[in-house]
Design a protein around this ligand. Structure first.
Ligand code: NAP
Length: 498
């Protein structure tokens, strides 16, 4: 039965809103209380193919790939539209994903910032030229790739979309977006802003909602897709790389993490503890890729740290994201709740529980998927909870003797997305920053991201870089155009034909 007055989102293909061909529509419920938030159409591979065809047609039959002025204008307008949506879109992001409202607002502003940054770069996509010899020259041209699939996760649906979409469009590509099936609504609202941007030809941006295993896989395997920009779980990233290998497609992969925060005794203690706990992203119930969920403290400050962590984590206000006093929201789904609680049980066997360690069901909380912020102490380096990405509000505390051991432990996982070092000794900080194998190292802070500075993963945290100039180049091909200048007075080439 369909509830009356509840919104239904549809696919957007070739500039038209269309129902997907799957029979059952999706019901998106608020993870804080189980209430129905909206419906969304659901798709099959046929819809994915239609979206790819629309993107290919628009890429080949419009001037989008050659019209940098239009692309810049479009991205500036989208940034403005997104900012203007703040007051009504942030609550939707919170209702579909659970995060506190302030985080949803920050996410929208970050998305707008990325759009604006790449709007500026759209007209500055320079190649190079090389004077190869007396009568020969190379022009190295940056070109768009063609049809790009952008597949996004549910934890930061909008900022992770704009992080890929803005450079993909700035470079002149056509795209098909597949959002996570758990959170397609805020993305659909953003697609509406794209629909209302006249500089973007119809078909350049398409949006299809459907299961990753069918619709997502088609968006990777289809021969007309030239590149896949994926953000999500490491195991899904590996599967995507395997599927893309058949067509030798370009992939950009932003995957999971198990980031370390390393605290030395000479750090500003109060600041370091606050920053490291906030870096664990407890506010979004730990559901953030860069979350610093392994906190490494030098032995001499261990007891003091544990006392402070117990106090701070234990006093966080857990509740619905829409409630202004909430500091920690719910996890996204019942499946995620059970997964996190299983890890907590494993943690109780592997380590010492300091605080939390259970589901919260008092009063209204019983209707949602709330987990008490949890800290484990004396966690062995090879413990499951110290090695695997839990994506829940669970922090592991480990100790180290000296700088060398700190670096060893920091590097002792398959991940390498981010890290933080807290010390007032700049030499120590820089030595550690160089030793830690991760795409980002923060010093005396955590979680600062900028559209003009690259981020991405070492090891199994990903391939390629997002944000910055590198983030734009990911969405381009490089072509060498070689010119032999006819000059009757001089030899054509120093090296002859090759
Ligand atoms: P996920 O399960 O990998 O899903 C991500 C997206 O991939 C969803 O749209 C999903 O569709 C789709 N998908 C699933 N299987 C697929 C397949 N076989 N082929 C193509 N697409 C497929 O990840 P998630 O649970 O949504 O997100 C959490 C993960 O993302 C965490 O591991 C987190 O660390 C990572 N993450 C990384 C970054 C970063 O910047 N490195 C940022 C944010 C999140 P359905 O929704 O329909 O399943």
């Amino acid at each position: 039965m369909i509830a009356e007055g509840v919104k239904t989102y549809r696919n957007y293909i070739g500039g038209e809103w269309r129902d997907g061909s799957a029979t059952e529509r999706l019901e998106i419920r608020d993870p804080a209380n189980g209430e129905l938030v909206y419906y969304c159409t659901n798709s099959t591979v046929e819809d994915a193919r239609a979206a790819i065809a629309a993107a290919k047609h628009a890429f080949e039959h419009t001037d989008w790939s050659e019209n940098a002025v239009a692309r810049a204008k479009a991205l500036y307008k989208l940034a403005d539209a997104l900012r203007a949506s703040l007051d009504w879109l942030a609550p939707l992001l919170t209702r579909e994903g659970g995060k506190p409202l302030a985080i949803s607002r920050a996410e929208i502003m970050r998305g707008a910032d990325a759009l604006e940054y790449y709007a500026g770069l759209a007209r500055n996509l320079y190649g190079r030229s090389i004077n190869l010899g007396p009568n020969e020259m190379a022009i190295l041209l940056r070109e768009p790739i063609g049809v790009v699939s952008i597949i996004t996760p549910w934890n930061m649906a909008l900022s992770l979309l704009t992080r890929s979409l803005a450079p993909a469009l700035a470079a002149g590509n056509a795209v098909v977006i597949k959002p996570a099936s758990l959170t397609p609504g805020a993305t659909a609202e953003f697609i509406r802003m794209i629909d209302e941007t006249p500089e973007i030809p119809k078909g350049i941006v398409n949006y299809v909602v459907g299961p990753g295993s069918t619709v997502g896989a088609e968006l990777v395997k289809h021969p007309d897709v030239e590149m896949v920009a994926f953000t999500g779980d490491t195991s899904t990233g590996k599967e995507i790389m395997r599927m893309a290998a058949d067509g030798l497609k370009k992939v950009s992969l932003e995957l999971g993490g198990k980031s370390p925060s390393v605290i030395f005794p000479d750090a500003d203690f109060g600041r370091a503890v606050r920053s490291a706990l906030s870096g664990a992203s407890l506010w979004h119930a730990g559901q953030v890729c860069v979350a610093g969920t392994r906190i490494l403290v030098q032995e001499s400050i261990h007891d003091r740290f544990i006392e402070e962590a117990r106090k701070q984590a234990g006093s966080l206000r857990v509740g619905p994201g829409l409630d202004k006093s909430t500091q920690v929201g719910p996890v996204i789904s019942e499946g995620q709740l059970n997964r996190v609680l299983q890890y907590v049980e494993v943690g109780k066997r592997e380590a010492e529980l300091v605080v939390g360690g259970h589901r919260l069901t008092d009063g209204e909380l019983a209707r949602g998927y709330f987990v008490a912020p949890t800290v484990f102490d004396r966690v062995p380096v090879d413990a499951k909870i110290a090695q695997e990405e839990i994506f829940g509000p669970v922090v592991s505390v480990l100790t180290f003797k000296d700088e060398e051991e700190a670096a060893e432990i920091a590097n002792a996982t398959v991940y390498g997305l981010a890290a933080a070092v807290y010390t007032t000794d700049i030499n120590k900080a820089m030595r550690l920053a160089k030793k830690i194998k991760s795409g980002m190292v923060w010093i005396n802070t955590f979680g600062r991201l900028y559209p003009n500075a690259e981020m991405g993963g070492y090891k199994q945290s990903g391939l390629g870089r997002s944000y910055g100039l590198e983030g734009l180049r990911e969405f381009t091909e490089l072509k060498h155009i070689n010119i032999q200048i006819h000059d009757p007075g001089r030899a054509t080439s120093r090296r002859g034909d090759e």
